[in-house]
Write a protein that binds this ligand. Sequence first.
Ligand code: GDP
Length: 366
Amino acid sequence: GFKCGIVGLPNVGKSTLFNALTRTADAQAANYPFCTIDPNEGEVAVPEKRLRALADIAGSKEVIPARMNFVDIAGLVKGASKGEGLGNQFLANIRETDAIAYVLRCFEDDDITHVEGKIDPMSDYEVVETELMIADMESLEKRKPALEKKARGNDKDAKLALELITLAMEQLESGKPARAATIPDDADTRKAWRMLQLLTSKPVFYIANVDEDSAATGNDFSAKVFAHAEKEGAQAVAISAKIESEIAVLDDDEAAEFLETLGLEEPGLNRVIQAGYRLLNLQTYFTCGPKETRAWTIPEGCTAPKAAGVIHGDFERGFIRAETIAYEDYIKYNGESGAKEAGKVRQEGKEYIVKDGDVLLFKFNV
Ligand code: GDP
């Protein structure tokens, strides 16, 4: 599945957030650095309001959301790339993720040690990002000799890789993450860029972990995080991990009541998950019937047969066509038969690029 890594200094609330996300509250949160030694990975349901609306019309017995994975990545401290703290084991864990959520501590609490001695989310961010940038520079340096040898033998791929390494190095040496680099927008270059597997080329978003009283409003610390995110064209979310971990163990009615007293419309976790999902350039299509309404995840630009393949390989191999209703039409005409009468059911073939929100019924040979 698609994976989002939760990254940050010790004692910023990563485990608390992770546990709330995966509803295993209290499993590991504790007030001392390096408590989450093993990378924890958990699957979460992607909150999706359209699912309920579709299921109500179709009278579905079951509603099945899309899923994505979060990984709690521990051990990042100043000097981590040089073996401080848990050493650089975290690098391998980050490398396996598709996107990164930076958790930045925006709450004050004298009882909870801050490894850098004071609350300053943007300086925390710089500490963490610097470690990742150092790790990237080292891995690029390591790759160079072999590629240079190949390039002398006129290997085209090696030449392209070397050009990109030079570009990435310039970027990193000027103190900027690789994701800020402008690379030529053609398929070969994009692929070669991905193959460099840089930690700082992964898409990121920011989670400002604020104190309980600021959960609905944010605070001065989180304002700095939001300003940085905006400058970078990234998303930021303010939550209180502590409150989220309390909400996570309540039943739906209790949670709704608690949220209201806090002035929140929905759990902050929903915004966290949705931000992660959006970051991965994922889209959702639906299958909808009396048995179940279900969300399926596809990459942007996915053709109908590939989308069918997410359900089952046979659907892709035997693909004939996809009966397609746009989400808005499904709602407006109150389901499939209404949409049919209104001429809103399209028969789409092999070349069709599935759109976010499409309600699909696949016809296929077995
Ligand atoms: P990690 O090291 O980043 O995984 O941090 P933890 O999740 O283990 O949290 C460290 C400590 O901070 C724990 O005692 C948490 O209860 C506490 N903590 C986490 N989030 C908040 C918060 O929003 N407010 C307050 N006051 N404490 C928090």
